[in-house]
Design a protein around this ligand. Sequence first.
Ligand code: ATP
Length: 689
Amino acid sequence: MPRLAIAPEVPRDLDALARPVRRDAVIAMRRFLQNTTSAPHPERVRNTRDPRVATLRLADQYRAVVVRQKDVFWMLGVLPDSEAWSYAQRHRFAVNTAIGVAEIWNAEALERVEPALRRSADSTGWRLFAHVSDAELLGLGIDARLIPLVRLITTDANLDALEPLLPETQFTPLSVLGQGGTVAEAWRALDSHVAVPAGEVDVTDLSTALERTPDRAAFVPDPSVLDQILNTPHWCTFLYPTQHRLAHRHGYEGPVLVTGGAGTGKTLVALHRAAHLARAGTGRVLLVTFSQGVAADASAKLDLLIDDEDVRGRIEVGNVERLAHRIVAEAEGRPPLLVGGPGLATLWQEASEISGDLHSPAFLLREWEQVILAQNLCTAQEYLAAKRPGRSVELDYEDRTAVWKAIEHVTGRLRASGRRTLLQLASEASTLLGRTTGDLLGDDAPGREPYRHIVVDEAQDLHPAQWRLLRAAVPPSPDDLFIVGDPHQRVFDTRVPLSTLGITAEPHRLTISHRVPQEILSWGVRLRGGGPADGLVDGITELVGFRATHPGTRPAVREYTSRETEMTGLAGQVRGWLDEGVPAEEIAVAARTGELVKEAKAALATAEVRVRVSTFHGLKGLEFRRVALVGVADGIVPSADTLTPAAEDPTARAHDLQRERGLLYMACMRAAERLYVSYSGRASPFLPP
Ligand SMILES: Nc1ncnc2c1ncn2[C@@H]1O[C@H](COP(=O)(O)OP(=O)(O)OP(=O)(O)O)[C@@H](O)[C@H]1O
């Protein structure tokens, strides 16, 4: 039986075919897999640069290009006959001698550029790689057949021109060396291209090389797997090497933390990790998402990723609030009552009055959430002795006593009314779990917690009380916590390093955005300030090295003279996108405040344009081809209401401003194609010049 591995181009090429041609091609691929008598057979192509290349006739005038070695076939694309033959003639295929991955390159194009490189080399004695020996190049996996060409390169520009013609695994080390990097640095750069450790590299073993190249080859053992690959999105099958390595590593010793910029694939890695753990069958998996809305999206993606019902059934998807709610409801025998925003605001106002108006309601709320609930302080004594990290206003004994009294007013009133906040619920749930873990693990009372594995998405916004709940819900053991997040996109003020919560996580990083085009990304990074962010990891996270895979269009920033003209402009912009053929569900409009959301909805309704309109917060975790952000004006972004007065607490104010910046940045980073930003009056101070 032939063993078939397909490249990511194959599903794409098939999707581009007319329906009857696609159907014929897929039938032919099935026959090939089953080795039936009518299966297409490999046909040699004349004048190829690689004798292993052949084609398979899949439909009338269409064929697949394959590289064959013994019973292994690597299918690279499905093309019209003449294009398939030409592709087969132009390309070379190899196994990288250093890292063992399979590589393809356009040998014909390289032969064409060689004379120009030679002319440039003849005119100077300078060589870009003079400082590196052949042995070092070979040691880095540079193909021996490419070395004569590499020796002709004289400038960075020469090398850059070769980038589209070389496999990334050949170009990457050359690029590091060309910029004056050392061999060791070139090796480190190759690391992100390695999904599976190479071990001994046998360059004649194509099958093992393909297994090491999961972004370029997926094995198709039978027709059902073929259907699964062809009927699901690209990311279900082909992860980039770093993503693959993180998601499919066999056994982490304990918690893992993957940070990375917007669109680097953190959520996809989290989904694949959850699927990997569920397939291993070691126990129940909880995938924690930011909100229930995002949970529905993640559930739908898991349904695509996993076709085995039993495996899928091992993964539960939900947010921390829901988990806390359920634990408390089960323990108390009825659903807990929650306090609403307005009710709580009144209580904090009363508390502020009790403290003699020394502290504002916002100050007291922060003190409660960030000091008391964050450290689970239960008594006045504990509070009086506690550290207050992140709070710059000193409180002496008397102040603390007054603050505690004011806060007790709120907690007492809540208790009396039988209501709780979401964070209180998380705190209580973790305490309950702490008490009952033994029983829940027992055979006779398996319960629903703890889980065996927890995978956390959007981790940057979890509060310490919620972390404690998650920690209590999964016993410390290998593969217990797999956490992904981006401190730069934090939209709440929860800047806590995991280590302070007793979670020592192995850190990893993703740096390449596969969603956001470079122009939007660079603009967004300037908006965010490019500077470090704290939280999750110890110390700070830098945006350094964060880049995109593709170029794009600069964000359109529009100034209007009035709110009314701004809303008319918005309706015109969205109408234009729809007229271009962009589906309505691929467009999102968002604003900082609920009031602006209402105005935008009304303007779009008047123009009979129906697309999703939400607050910036409502965009979290989502992506759209086109994104329009309105009301990005001074006084609205940052939202004046949410800023602590500098006189009251300058550090808190700086944190508030950073959070507001992160929120706008997160909203901008949802755009996969175009970003439109508008304001009337003065622009938001966050907008880059
Ligand atoms: N392996 C992949 N194959 C195909 N597309 C990918 C892959 N990895 C990432 N992408 C693209 O990048 C998008 C972003 O991925 P994802 O949502 O996982 O990123 P993220 O890091 O969680 O982003 P954010 O932090 O901004 O929410 C995906 O929807 C997809 O379009």
